[in-house]
Design a protein around this ligand. Structure first.
Ligand SMILES: CC(C)(COP(=O)(O)OP(=O)(O)OC[C@H]1O[C@@H](n2cnc3c(N)ncnc32)[C@H](O)[C@@H]1OP(=O)(O)O)[C@@H](O)C(=O)NCCC(=O)NCCS
Length: 133
């Protein structure tokens, strides 16, 4: 289980340029309380990557995708996203800043843009279970 302080630390120090979270502490508290998480840690317990999401029937909403800066470009975020896609039968949604290169990661996993809101894109993907039904 990822702790509140790990979330705060990751987003305060290595979140990148496109995360507009007004209050990271409040964000972390809420997502720990109501959200779910998948993550990768190394053998020493260092947090390498995580995805935080809400299971909002009928939609699974991805709130944050993060990879440690020293471990980016190795497929960690892609693997975690694929895990979620494989395990749910819900439509998966997320929002990403228009200029955030993270959108290319989502496109590779067949997320498609379904709308825009100011600087943000809404993207959506059907789960593998739905696609294979
Ligand atoms: C976005 C982020 C999670 C990507 O993590 P990552 O572990 O490096 O991504 P992966 O290595 O799994 O990338 C998977 C694919 O997405 C593509 N991709 C990922 N980041 C990319 C980038 N910055 N530019 C272009 N393509 C990118 C890769 O080309 C890769 O394709 P491939 O499988 O053909 O090689 C990471 O850069 C990050 O933590 N950014 C800061 C936080 C953030 O902005 N999160 C998104 C919030 S919506």
């Amino acid at each position: 289980m990822i702790s509140k302080s790990e979330i705060i630390d990751s987003l305060e120090n290595n979140g990148g340029d496109f995360l507009a979270i007004a209050n990271i502490e409040a964000y972390a508290e809420k997502v720990i309380k109501f959200g779910k998480q998948v993550y990768t840690i190394d053998e020493k317990g260092l947090l390498l990557a995580y995805i935080l999401f809400y299971d909002n029937n009928p939609v699974l909403y991805i709130s944050m995708v993060w990879t440690h800066p020293d471990f980016r470009g190795r497929g960690l975020a892609k693997n975690l996203l694929q895990q979620i896609i494989n395990q749910t039968d819900k439509v998966i949604q997320l929002e990403v800043h228009k200029k955030n290169p993270a959108k290319y990661l989502y496109e590779k996993l067949n997320f498609r843009c379904t709308g825009t809101n100011n600087e943000m894109l809404t993207m959506q993907c059907d789960s593998a279970k739905t696609l294979n039904a």
